[in-house]
Design a protein around this ligand. Structure first.
Ligand code: DGJ
Length: 730
C-alpha cells in the first residue's frame, strides 16, 4: 500500500513538473497534417513539446506533457529548441560559442516570435532568442509548407560583442521526439555504389552520420535519413520522419536517445575543423534542414518531399526536361568534330532532344586527353575541335537537336595553365605534398577572385553560345590538405567554400534562370537540396548497370522526385536494351550508348520507347510515387506513379532475382488509384517480335479491386521487366 501511494505521488509530481503552466506561450508551426509546437515558460526558456500530428484544437497543445512525461530532466533543457552549450546543458548541444571575452557559455531566452504568410500556403515563423548576459542573438526560422507537409528550419546567429566570437557548433535544427523505439535508416556507399540503406534501432547515446569531404556532402553517405517511430519503417504505414540537410559540404547529423529515452535530432554543418570566427555586426545563416512527418510510412514521407521539391525547390520542378544522348561512355576522351557530328545525327535518329558533350573538349598546352591534365583550361582543344564550340552548337542544331556541355569548373589539374598562373587559387598546404583525388585539386572558392573565375567560365560559354541548351556540372575531387592562401581564418574554409559555390550559382541562376543544369559529382556525390536549388536534375551514380540502378534509384526516391533523376541507358550490365530502357524511364530518360551499334530491332524499340515516354513522362515526373514491392525483400521490384487526378498511372516491375521460378508469383496490390474509378491495363515498351501477355485482355478493373486484390504483371525469367499503363475507362 505504502509503495502504491509513493508511486501515485511520484506520478503526480512528474505530471506537475512536466505540464504547461497557465502563463506559458505556445508557438505552433503547422502544416496540413503536422505540428511542431514550442512552449515558452515563465523563465522564457523555449522547449519543443510536440512534433507529430496536428491537433484539431490548437488550445490543446498546452496540455501536452513535456518530454513525453517520462521523468526528471535535471537541466530542464533536454528538449530545448536550440540547446546552448556551456551553461546547464548536459547533452549534445545545437550551438556552442566562445564569446569575445573568452567566456565559453551560452544561454538563450525567448524574446518574441512572429509569423508571416507567404505565397502558396507557406508560413514563415521566426522565433527570436537572446543571451541575457551578452549581445548575442539567435533567430530560429521555421518555414511551413502547409500543402506539402514539409518544414524547413534554419537559424541566423549574430552578435555585437567587442571582437569576433567563435562558433564551435551551429546546427540548423534541434528536434525532440518521444516514442517507444526509434529506427534510423541511413544510406552509405562509395563511387558507383551509392545509396545502400541500413536500418538500425537507436539506443541510448549518440549516433552520428557525417562527412568531411569538403566539396560535397556525399561520397560515403548522403545527408538524408529516415527515422521510424516505435517500429521499423514500413512503406505505407507507421510514423516516419524523413529529413535531409540542404548543404553541399561537410555535415553532421546527430541522433541522441536521451536519458529519458526521447530522441533528439541535431542536424547541421559539421563542426569538424570548422570553428567559425564571426565578426561583430555580421550574421551567420545556417543551411536549412528539411523534414516531413508522415503517419503513412516511408511512402507518405517521400510523396510529401517530392511535391515540395517540385513546387518549391528544384528549378522548373513542375516544368519540362530534355531527353539526351551523352557521349561519355560512347567515346570517353577520344573524339573529334567528325565523330561528334555523326553522333548528333545518331541522336536525332534515336529521337532525343539534346546531345551532351562530356569531358575532354578543352585544354591546349595540356590537352584533356585523359583525366591527368587540362582541367581549368576551358578553351576548346584546337586539335579535336578546330572550329570551336560555336560550330558544334550549330552542327547539332542543323542536325535537329540542341547541344549541351560538360564542365567541372571548381577543380584544376596540377598540369594546367590555370594552376601555373594561379597557384594561390588552389586549396593546398605549402609544407605538405600534394595529394590528388582523380588526379586533381580543388579551387579555393572562398576567394572572391576564384568565384569570379568560375562564374566567368559559364558566363563566357553562354555569352559566346547563347543557344547552348544544357550544362552538366561535375565535381570529382574532395578537399585534402585544407588551406586557403587568402582566407583569414583557416577554420572558416570548409564553410566559406560551400558559401562561395552558392554565391557563384546564385549569380548564374540570376542571369540564366531557365538553363537546364545537371548536378554530377563523380557519380552521385552531391545529391542534396542545397545544390538542387540551382540544378534541374542530378546524376545518381556512374553505375548505370540497370540491375544496380533499380536499387540506387529506389533509395534516392525516398527523398528526390523522379523528374530530377537522370537515368541513362548505357552498355553497363548485361541486361537487354528493353530492361535498361524500362529502368531508365523511371526518371529523366537519357542515353549514353553508341547508337550506330544498335541492331535494327534495338533501334526500333528505342525510337518507339522515346515516343511512348513523351506520352507518359508527365505522370512519371509529376505523379505520386508508390513503391509496391521492394527489391530487398521480393523477387521483383515494383513501383507506380499515379497522376494527380488518379485517372492514369504508369507501373514498372522488374525481376531482381535470377533463381529458378523467380518472378511475380502473385498479384501485386496497386496503390493511389481511385477505388470508384474503373481502369484498363495495357503493356508498354513491348519488344519488337514479342507479344504482350497482358494486352490480349479487354477486362476492366475497379480501383478498389486493383488495390485490394491486385494484378500480376507476370514478370518472370522470360519477361524480366514489364511496364504497364493503368488508364481510367470512362
Ligand atoms: C564523372 C561523371 O560522373 C561521369 O559521368 C563523367 O562525366 C566523368 N566524370 C567525366 O570525367
Amino acid at each position: 500500500m505504502k509503495q502504491l501511494c509513493l508511486s501515485v505521488l511520484f506520478v503526480f509530481f512528474i505530471t506537475l513538473i512536466t505540464k504547461a503552466a497557465p502563463g506559458d506561450v505556445h508557438i505552433a508551426i503547422e502544416t496540413r497534417q503536422t505540428a511542431l509546437v514550442i512552449r515558452v515558460d515563465k523563465d522564457q526558456s523555449p522547449t519543443l513539446v510536440h512534433l507529430g500530428s496536428k491537433l484539431r484544437n490548437a488550445a490543446e497543445y498546452a496540455a501536452i506533457p513535456a518530454r513525453g512525461k517520462r521523468g526528471e530532466d535535471y537541466t530542464d533543457i533536454y528538449n530545448s529548441v536550440y540547446t546552448p552549450a556551456g551553461s546547464r546543458n548536459l547533452l549534445e548541444p545545437a550551438i556552442q560559442v566562445t564569446h569575445a571575452d573568452g567566456n565559453p557559455s551560452l544561454d538563450l531566452k525567448y524574446i518574441r516570435h512572429e509569423s508571416q504568410s507567404m505565397a502558396d500556403g507557406v508560413v514563415l515563423t521566426k522565433v527570436y532568442l537572446k543571451d541575457p548576459q551578452y549581445p548575442f542573438e539567435v533567430t530560429l526560422y521555421y518555414k511551413a509548407y502547409q500543402n506539402e507537409d514539409v518544414i524547413e528550419q534554419w537559424s541566423t546567429i549574430r552578435h555585437t560583442e567587442k571582437k569576433s566570437i567563435t562558433l564551435h557548433k551551429y546546427a540548423s535544427a534541434n528536434l525532440y521526439i518521444p516514442a517507444q523505439n526509434y529506427y534510423l535508416t541511413h544510406f552509405h556507399g562509395d563511387w558507383a555504389n551509392e545509396m545502400n540503406p541500413s536500418e538500425i534501432p537507436l539506443t541510448e547515446g549518440i549516433k552520428i552520420l557525417d562527412s568531411k569531404l569538403g566539396t560535397r556532402a556525399d561520397l560515403f553517405q548522403p545527408p538524408s535519413f529516415l527515422v521510424s517511430l516505435n517500429k521499423p519503417a514500413e512503406e505505407e504505414q507507421g510514423e516516419v520522419i524523413a529529413g535531409t540537410l540542404s548543404w553541399s559540404g561537410n555535415y553532421q547529423l546527430a541522433f541522441e536517445v536521451d536519458p529519458l529515452h526521447n530522441l533528439r535530432i541535431i542536424p547541421g554543418i559539421n563542426p569538424y575543423a570548422s570553428a567559425y570566427s564571426l565578426a561583430p555586426g555580421t550574421e551567420f545563416t545556417t543551411p536549412a534542414f528539411l523534414f516531413t512527418y508522415s503517419d503513412k510510412g516511408k511512402g507518405g514521407a517521400s510523396r510529401s518531399l517530392h511535391r515540395w521539391a517540385r513546387k518549391h525547390r528544384i528549378p522548373q520542378g513542375e516544368g519540362n526536361r530534355l531527353t539526351l544522348l551523352n557521349n561519355w561512355e560512347a567515346t570517353y576522351f577520344d573524339f573529334n568534330e567528325e565523330k561528334l557530328s555523326a553522333l548528333f545525327k545518331d541522336g536525332k535518329k534515336l529521337g532525343v532532344d539534346l546531345f551532351l558533350l562530356d569531358d575532354g573538349w578543352f585544354g591546349n598546352k595540356y590537352p584533356r586527353n585523359n583525366d591527368r591534365a587540362g582541367l581549368g583550361d576551358w578553351q576548346e582543344n584546337v586539335k579535336k575541335l578546330p572550329h570551336g564550340l560555336g560550330y558544334l552548337v550549330k552542327e547539332a542544331e542543323n542536325a535537329g537537336i540542341k547541344f549541351g556541355i560538360w564542365l567541372e569548373p571548381e577543380m584544376v589539374s596540377p598540369k594546367s595553365e590555370l594552376y601555373e598562373k594561379h597557384p594561390d587559387w588552389v586549396i593546398k598546404l605549402a609544407n605538405r605534398s600534394e595529394y590528388y583525388f582523380r588526379n586533381q585539386l580543388v579551387l579555393d572558392l572562398s576567394n572572391p577572385k576564384v568565384q569570379d573565375f568560375v562564374y566567368g567560365v559559364v558566363n563566357d560559354l553562354m555569352t559566346k553560345n547563347p543557344t547552348l541548351g544544357f550544362i552538366k556540372w561535375d565535381c570529382n575531387a574532395v578537399i585534402y590538405n585544407a588551406f586557403s592562401a587568402t582566407i583569414q581564418n583557416q577554420s572558416n574554409l570548409y564553410v566559406d567554400y560551400v558559401q562561395g559555390l552558392y554565391k557563384v550559382l546564385d549569380r548564374l541562376r540570376a542571369k540564366y534562370p531557365t538553363l537546364p543544369m545537371m548536378l554530377c559529382s563523380g557519380g552521385g556525390g552531391r545529391v542534396d537540396y542545397g545544390a538542387l536549388k540551382y540544378f534541374t536534375e542530378y546524376w545518381p551514380s556512374d553505375n548505370t548497370d540497370a540491375q544496380e540502378r533499380i536499387f540506387i534509384q529506389w533509395n534516392y526516391s525516398y527523398f528526390f522526385p523522379s523528374i530530377a533523376s537522370c537515368n541513362h541507358v548505357t552498355d553497363w550490365g548485361k541486361q537487354p536494351i528493353k530492361f535498361r530502357t524500362d529502368v531508365a524511364m523511371m526518371g529523366k530518360l537519357g542515353y549514353d550508348i553508341v547508337v550506330s551499334k544498335l541492331t535494327e530491332e534495338e533501334l526500333t524499340f528505342s525510337q518507339q520507347a522515346l515516343k511512348t515516354y513523351e506520352g507518359i513522362k508527365n505522370i512519371i515526373w509529376k505523379g505520386d510515387l508508390y513503391r509496391l514491392a521492394s527489391p530487398y525483400t521480393n523477387d521483383v521490384a515494383s513501383s507506380m506513379y499515379v497522376s494527380e487526378s488518379r485517372d492514369r498511372a504508369v507501373w514498372f516491375t522488374y525481376l531482381v532475382n535470377s533463381r529458378y521460378k523467380a518472378g511475380s508469383q502473385a498479384p501485386i496490390k496497386l496503390n493511389g488509384l481511385d477505388p470508384a474509378k474503373n481502369y484498363r491495363i495495357r503493356e508498354l515498351n513491348v519488344y519488337p517480335g514479342t507479344t504482350s501477355r497482358i494486352n490480349t485482355s479487354t477486362t476492366t478493373y475497379s480501383g478498389n479491386y486493383l488495390m485490394a486484390i491486385g494484378f500480376n504483371p507476370q514478370v518472370d525469367t522470360r519477361r524480366t521487366s514489364v511496364v504497364l499503363e493503368v488508364n481510367e475507362v470512362k
